[in-house]
Ligand binder design. Structure first.
Ligand SMILES: Nc1ncnc2c1ncn2[C@@H]1O[C@H](COP(=O)(O)OP(=O)(O)OP(=O)(O)O)[C@@H](O)[C@H]1O
Ligand SMILES: Nc1ncnc2c1ncn2[C@@H]1O[C@H](COP(=O)(O)OP(=O)(O)OP(=O)(O)O)[C@@H](O)[C@H]1O
Ligand SMILES: [Mg+2]
Ligand SMILES: [Mg+2]
Lengths: 168, 158, 158, 168
């Protein structure tokens, strides 16, 4: 499976370090309303470079950091790490030579996001470059958010064109 | 460039025209360019469920719109299969027969593409090969739980 | 006038504060005025599901938002019960436990208000006292059909 | 039941004269995707005065008239009639003295809508007046369209105020 695992910590309702290992091409995430399923989707879009808080159902980017429950205090940092299997070399750029690529994003309450590629600090642009041309990106057709499926065909013609050009 | 765009447009359109009758059990659909100048023309969708005369997407029902959009997304995937595909309750507007058709399409594509999907529908949950349960035993705190198929269905129902 | 608006606001808010914990099994919610001047202030919604700290509706999940909105609509009905209420698949984002809570609320209100609702969910269909089936045996042409509960459920599933 | 029956003819996918009789306070409309359930909701909003085609999923008002299938030709007129039980006298204006009130709207391809109250031609405004203050109207909180339930709480504060004022 291209995406091997998702590590969440301090991100939205996933306050405790959590590892989700993906072992098949057909993985279902299930659970009652409000338990945190769509937060996992937000985590994936955030780590691959989503820069708009509004697109993450947040009012400011700091809102993605766990901000407490009736029994727990807020924490100071959110961190998400995705690990990809790159043995087929599909993910581009100079990292193509690695069999495994990990992408990580960390945000503290006071500041900027930090991005890491295989443990080494990098820029947001480096993360976007890796996925360039693969059809994957924070707002691409490969991630369909809750309630948005029909918007694709209701989109304005010029917006649908942008969608298609991403495929090229 | 013009040629590149036209080639991509034709390929996606061809796949979309083929997928639509599969997922609807008939009917037809296509993409149309909204202008003559290839460099800045927009794209609009025409869809005609089986037996109907309308082609405008505005008159489609909630379920028909979702199904048409799914056919389009999968056509984009056929052309350029991204490493994975994430679907968050795209089956919510569908009746069970259409959930079945959607599942058949996902299963067929899962040979080339990794799917991560969220659903409350039993039929969709049953197609999964891996189940990840999420709970909030501690209110407000999400935790992953191993679940089997019966627990997963019970979870979707509670 | 100011007094009339304030009175209406207070009444709806009181009912909303009472309904929310009933439909969520806990937690709290309220309406807030966005300005001091009663004649032109707007209204915003605060909602806090059980055990959670957030009150902004933007962080709510799909199901939590639908349930909060249902509680608000029913609060408006309590104050001024319109002759009838039409609900078109409002239960689509809900898991089955929440569909159950929604049904309990609808059943309780149906003593004062006539409900006409559309759903694909078996639990919601089972609360109906009258079932109206719609088919398109002739493609593109809608026709009403008498159905019993088993047929209705089968219809929702096909 | 306040609403006793809905008569549809030539309206969207209901080309043949169709009568739906409501015999309980808990009536469910069921059927597969695309069979015409939401068209019944559109029919009710249309006859009580909805004047925007866009709010009826139509591009122009003539789009509500049955426009054919592969086997049937389009028709020239759409007609919807609602019959209300008014024994409790809740529906206002001079019609309060009738025990039963029927509201009808007819549209032909070439022109204007015609409204009828108990069989007598009237204006759109007369229909709106009947429901004034009852909480019922083409866009009131008493009719929730498909996919719109969450929009009520996502509405701008000034729009939510309008909703509330309708209740007063
Ligand atoms: N920064 C944060 N800190 C703590 N909790 C948060 C934070 N951001 C969001 N949440 C919580 O996450 C919950 C929403 O989770 P999510 O949208 O993933 O639910 P879901 O499982 O998708 O539910 P549904 O089935 O209704 O769509 C909200 O109740 C919200 O309180
Ligand atoms: N003027 C018209 N003439 C003929 N058919 C029409 C007209 N307007 C709409 N339709 C048809 O009505 C159908 C949509 O019906 P509707 O939205 O009521 O379905 P639904 O039962 O609510 O389905 P879902 O469960 O997917 O929401 C469309 O397929 C469309 O072709
Ligand atoms: Mg969700
Ligand atoms: Mg519908």
């Amino acid at each position: 499976t291209p995406l091997k695992s998702i590590k969440l910590s301090g991100f939205k309702s996933f306050v405790d370090p959590t590892l989700i290992t993906l072992t098949s091409n057909l993985t279902a995430i299930v659970g009652p309303n409000g338990c945190g399923k769509s937060n996992v989707v937000d985590a994936i879009r955030w780590v691959i470079g989503e820069s708009s808080a509004k697109n993450l159902r947040a009012e400011s980017m700091a809102d993605v950091i766990f901000n407490g429950t009736t029994n727990r205090k807020p924490v100071g940092q959110a961190s998400i790490e995705l690990t990809f299997d790159n043995t087929d070399g599909r993910l581009s750029s100079e990292y193509a030579k690695y069999n495994e690529i990990s992408v990580r994003r960390i945000l503290q309450r006071d500041g900027q996001s930090q991005y890491f590629l295989n443990g080494t600090r990098c820029r947001r642009k480096d993360i976007l470059d890796i996925f360039l041309g693969t059809g994957l990106g924070p707002r691409s057709y490969s991630i369909i958010e809750q309630g948005m499926i029909s918007r694709i065909i209701e989109a304005k013609p010029e917006d649908l064109r942008v969608f298609l050009e991403e495929t090229a | 460039t013009r040629a590149k765009f036209k080639e991509t447009f034709d390929q996606v359109n061809q796949t979309f025209e083929a997928y639509f009758p599969k997922i609807f059990g008939g009917g037809q659909a296509c993409l149309e360019l909204t202008g003559d100048e290839l460099l800045d023309a927009g794209i609009s969708v025409k869809a005609q469920p089986p037996g109907k005369r309308n082609t405008s997407i505005h008159v489609l029902s909630g379920g028909e719109k979702a199904l048409t959009a799914i056919a389009l997304v999968f056509s984009l995937f056929q052309l350029n299969p991204a490493p994975f595909c994430i679907l968050d309750e795209v089956d919510a507007p569908l009746d069970d027969a259409n959930v079945g058709r959607y599942c058949n399409l996902v299963k067929a594509m899962s040979e080339k593409v990794q799917f991560l999907f969220i659903s409350h529908n039993k039929i969709a949950i049953e197609m999964a090969k891996q189940l990840c349960g999420v709970t909030m035993h501690e209110p407000g705190v999400s935790r992953m739980v191993a679940v089997d198929i019966d627990e997963a269905i019970a979870m979707a129902e509670s």
